[in-house]
Write a new protein. Sequence first.
Length: 193
Amino acid sequence: MGEASKGDNHMIYQLNLQTTGLATGLLLLLSHVFALVRPDQTIQWAKAFPRSRGAAGVLLPIVAVWSFLLVRSIDLGEFSPLRNMILVAIVVGTVLSWIYVPEFLAVRTLGMLLLLAAEPLLESAVLRHEPSRLLLVVIAYVWVIAGLFFVGMPYLLRDGIQWVTASRTRLKIGALAGVVYGLALVGCALAVW
């Protein structure tokens, strides 16, 4: 694809299917292997996450900077004249969220991060014909649905964590599922894409 002028429809991230598949697969693989190897630490961390001010302090700036850079660089169509106002709203909203929305802020920012992260996955799979690309598409849509629920109803993550960590078997099955999916993505990224 050649250089596109601002306003043309072009890819935002310029990532290929192999890169996003490998990165996503390794992320799933490493995080779920850790859950298998260190279940006690995983349970402790997972239960503390929904109300963790420290996790919110890490995720909120990441989401704010990513959103700021995205809004600054994409074509907003009819909203382009409002670009500067939107950029200011992102900064002000970030500060106000930190001050006035401490309840489940880590979960809400995780939801926003999932929504932002789904876009590069989908973009890298667009116009590809390999059926295996659907592995990346499926996880992207799972992230979108989870992200919407985490932003709107963050207590659902807390309840989900309680359910999964109530039994070692559930935790192990969830971790194994993540390992298998991660291996599938890494395998496709190295062998097919």
